[in-house]
Structure formats: C-alpha cells, structure tokens
Write a protein that binds this ligand. Structure first.
Ligand SMILES: [Zn+2]
Ligand SMILES: [Zn+2]
Length: 228
C-alpha cells in the first residue's frame, strides 16, 4: 500500500517529460515522433546508408570489407532524436529505452534470422563509472520485444576508446581496431549487434570481427540512428 502511494506521489511530483522537446506527458511525444526522419529503402546493402535509387552499396562501402553482413538504422541522427540519445547516455531512463527500442524492433528485417541480441559494450572501467550501459537500455527491451535472448556479457570492450564522433573518418577505424573480444556463447549463432548510433560503421566492424573470431556464424547490426 505504502509503495503504491509512493509511486503515485513520485509520478505526480516528477511527471514524464519528452526526451526530445521537454513537453510534459510522456517520454517521447507524438510531435517528436512525427519529426523523426525514419530511414526507408532503398539503402546501402552493407551499411544502411539511404540511397537515391536501388543499388547494391553506397560509395563509401565500395571496396570496403565489413565483418558484419548488414547494418540498418531506424532513423537519421539529429534534432530531437539526438537530444533523446543524449538523455539515454546521461540518465538511466528505462521508459525512454523501451519506447525507442520498439521502433528498432519494427525496423529489424525478419530475413536476418538472428538468434541472439548483444549490445555494443562499454569498457569495464567506463561502465563502472556510469553504472550502466546506455546501449543496453535499448538492447534489453528490444530482445524482449522480438523474443530473443540478450547476451550482454558475450562481447567485451577490452580497452577504452575515444568517442567516434570526435574523430576524423580514418582515425575511427584505428580507434576501435582490436578493442573487442567475443566469447564462446556466440559460436555458431546468428548475432544481432545493437548500437545507439552508427557513424562510419567502424565500431560495428570491430565488434563484429571479434564476434566472428569467437565463432559467430554471422553478425547483423541494428542501430537507433545513423549519421548522414
Ligand atoms: Zn517531444
Ligand atoms: Zn554503405
């Protein structure tokens, strides 16, 4: 009884605020949902970059090898969604993660046939500092929604890396090279790697490479947003 009254009082004192615009009422309002630039086909068959017309790959992917089979993002990165992702990074907002992951679940191509969900991890040190992995706020409800196991411990980040957004394109590949290690839980499995933002695909490549080295059959990547 006390707990129920307590929860109601907290809801009254701290009503939900939209992570995109700050409006009261919900963690993600209809207006911000309508403003989000959802990515539609045709997209690059490797990295998910939107293309003006159907073609196999975008110019950036031509001649580039990725350890993952395909990557997709639900939306372009920017505007209200950028603000929402920052909120996830700085506040452990599980309600926001659940709402945004539902969009990701809808964007997951069924043909991938994935069996296991793995969030891109932080290093042990960074996770201890922050207390949680923001990407897991998306990956955990996503796994529930699509009915797949979450294997958050099956990929580790072995060292700290710099934020990819702060680096030039070619530095991004070196920054994350060899940063990850996969474990035997992924052997023979089709893995869904989840991230919040795809920039160059370098992080997803380095993580997928570690998963493949640990025996993963294939790796597919789903992100909330991608930079354009
Ligand atoms: Zn809003
Ligand atoms: Zn591409």
């Amino acid at each position: 009884m006390f707990n129920r009254i307590g929860a109601a009082a907290v809801g009254w004192l701290f009503p939900a605020r939209c992570a995109g615009c700050g409006a009261l009422g919900s963690v993600w309002c209809a207006e911000c949902a309508a403003q989000t630039h959802v990515l539609q086909e045709p997209v690059c068959g490797h990295c998910g970059y939107p293309l003006p017309e159907p073609q196999a790959e975008c110019p950036a992917c031509q001649g580039r090898y990725f350890a993952f089979t395909q990557a997709r993002a639900w939306s372009s990165y920017g505007g209200v969604l950028r603000r929402a992702i920052l909120k996830l990074k700085h506040k452990r907002n599980k309600d926001l993660g659940a709402v945004l992951s539902a969009y990701m679940a809808a964007a997951l191509p069924p043909r991938w046939g994935v069996e296991l969900v793995i969030p891109v991890p932080l290093s042990v040190r960074r996770q201890a500092q922050r207390g949680y992995n923001p990407v897991e706020l998306l990956a955990a409800p996503l796994a529930l929604q699509v009915g797949l196991p979450l294997a958050a411990g099956a990929l580790q980040r072995q060292r700290d890396t710099l934020p990819q957004m702060d680096l030039q394109l070619e530095q991004r590949w070196a920054n994350v090279h060899g940063a990850f290690a996969g474990d035997a839980a992924v052997a023979g499995r089709r893995v869904l790697l989840v991230d919040d933002i795809i920039t160059s695909g370098a992080t997803a490549h380095a993580a997928a490479r570690a998963l493949r080295a640990a025996g993963a059959n294939s790796v597919y990547v789903l992100a909330l947003a991608r930079t354009l």
